[in-house]
Design a protein around this ligand. Sequence first.
Ligand SMILES: Nc1ncnc2c1ncn2[C@@H]1O[C@H](COP(=O)(O)OP(=O)(O)OP(=O)(O)O)[C@@H](O)[C@H]1O
Ligand SMILES: CC(=O)C(=O)O
Length: 621
Amino acid sequence: MELALQSAHSMISPSWSVRPRVNAAAAQLNTHHGLKKGMQSGLQHARHDDCQRYKERSILGACCAKQKKGAQGDALTVVTEGLESDGPISNGAPHQQVHRDSLIVEEGKPEATSLLEIDSVTEEELKEKGLRGTRRTKLVCTIGPACCSPAQLEAMAKGGMNVARINMCHGTKEWHAQVIRNIRNLNAEKGYNVAIMMDTEGSEVHMGDLGGASFKTEDGEVWTFTVRKLKGPLPARTIHVNYEGFAEDVITGDELVVDGGMVRFEVIDKVGPDVHCRCSDPGLLLPRANLTFWRAGQVIREGNSMLPTVSAKDWIDIDFGIAEKVDFIAISFVRTAEVVKHLKSYIAARSPRRQIGVIAKIESCESLSNLEDIIIVSDGAMVGRSDLGAQIPLEQVPAVQQEVVHLCRELNKPVIVASQLLESMIEYPTPTRAEVADVSEIVRQGVDAMMLSGESAMGQFPEKALGVLRTVSLRMEEWCQQEKLVDATSLQQLANTLPGQISEEICNAATLMANKLEAEAIFVYTKGGYMASLLSRNRPDCLIFAFTDSKEVKTTLNMRWGLIPIALNFSEDMEGNLERTFSLLKMRGLMKGGDLIVAVSDLPCSNHSNMLQSIQVRRVP
Ligand SMILES: Nc1ncnc2c1ncn2[C@@H]1O[C@H](COP(=O)(O)OP(=O)(O)OP(=O)(O)O)[C@@H](O)[C@H]1O
Ligand SMILES: CC(=O)C(=O)O
């Protein structure tokens, strides 16, 4: 098999690179990161206008807060910044006020609820490990037969599962609905904050279900792959393929790769809808295993292009996800930005009051060609290494992974790295050293989340696998901090409107201040989560406590690196919010007097049409 892999890849001409950057600033940035640049082999295209957002602008120059020392290092400085709108700032220039910390009391305003809702597992971790020792990288677990009962799900939630993924390739709707109910019940009863991500099947070409059986193949055996819809048991060594164009697309000499290389066949003959293939790499054929077709060392890109990205089944599943109020929908085999936009407007029309994040799965050649466009319109991305590894040469997957992770961070989209993280733990209680090195590298790359697939869905040791992700993340994050491996100053400007730029500069400056002052945490008071996401993008040294009055936002922020989402009813009165937050966090044992925090907010101000944006540096009283 090793040999076959090498020969399949030896003829590859284009090396996959996903960056279509062309302008000088982008080139400068990319050089800075040591990333591969430039256009290659017609697989990329340039987008000058998008490069606008990459205007390099050092966040070092963005710090708008001037520090004034208060007595005994207490409240230092408050910088408030109005945005362009009516009144004194209508010329569009940001209006800045620097003044001493003062207590603003709004008379006659009912006291907001003192409830502060934080994921109970994170709360325990904060108490046990402290603000510095709490995990930043989020963990996604695929739910399957090995972890679907309420008790098993609870064990996973306690073990650090931030997002539960249900894969619509497997299981029935009733089964998925029950899993969703179980998770929601646990969240409500035990105070967990586990988000739910539904993953669509997509336009995967796959084998039939083999009647639920699996078959061992031998070297040189001839099998028939057919698009005929046969009734009853299939003849011996005959396999149904779900893609009707299959028999027309392949030619003699093509290679048929099962499950990314677990078994390989060579096409030797075609008779109408039947394709006869000789096994060249024997192995186990599993029900509904995916199929890719290779010619001269490259995947045949037309292989499934006749299949829609979102199939009829996917639309039914998406309706199910909307009805079940899932938090994210991951779309498999995304090829273009258009399909993401279409899905987002479909969801918005059917779920106008509740946002569902659309996660683009990057797992095909087409998704790499249109990568930047796809990520710009999506709410996040997933590097689906399993399918990706069946579509591009395996040795190119790590570089693509790193580029997708980096691009998502630049574009402020959460990114998940998925598949085969701890594959050996499906069977064994301990990972291989190579798997630990892979997971550590993913954490070092600054991914938002890592995902378990078979390890949690049908493995022997789902909790142990999750435990490995948790401990490896913690160790690597600690090391990155010690070694100062996260460079917050290298990110590019995202926004092209003044309000957006101000939010961004405030978050950049807050990160810089928190890092320099070695603050214990950054607080962000946010309605929709945008400023929280900008802070997370900067990967500060300290945790980010994101206070939001929306439970929905609280759950979706759970996918973001370093964010501790907390539901809190806050008011427009920043001072009041801070005072109340300090006392609630102290009461819960999560902060102590003297802790230094940097606070930012983007709260709307009802008496002005503008937002109140501010940075404060405070010591917990
Ligand atoms: N709901 C489920 N019911 C039964 N088995 C499941 C379920 N979800 C996952 N599995 C099992 O766990 C394995 C790994 O899960 P995973 O979601 O990664 O599937 P996959 O088939 O590799 O699909 P994808 O390419 O979308 O990741 C599956 O191949 C399947 O055997
Ligand atoms: C997760 C997934 O779909 C993949 O790795 O292909």
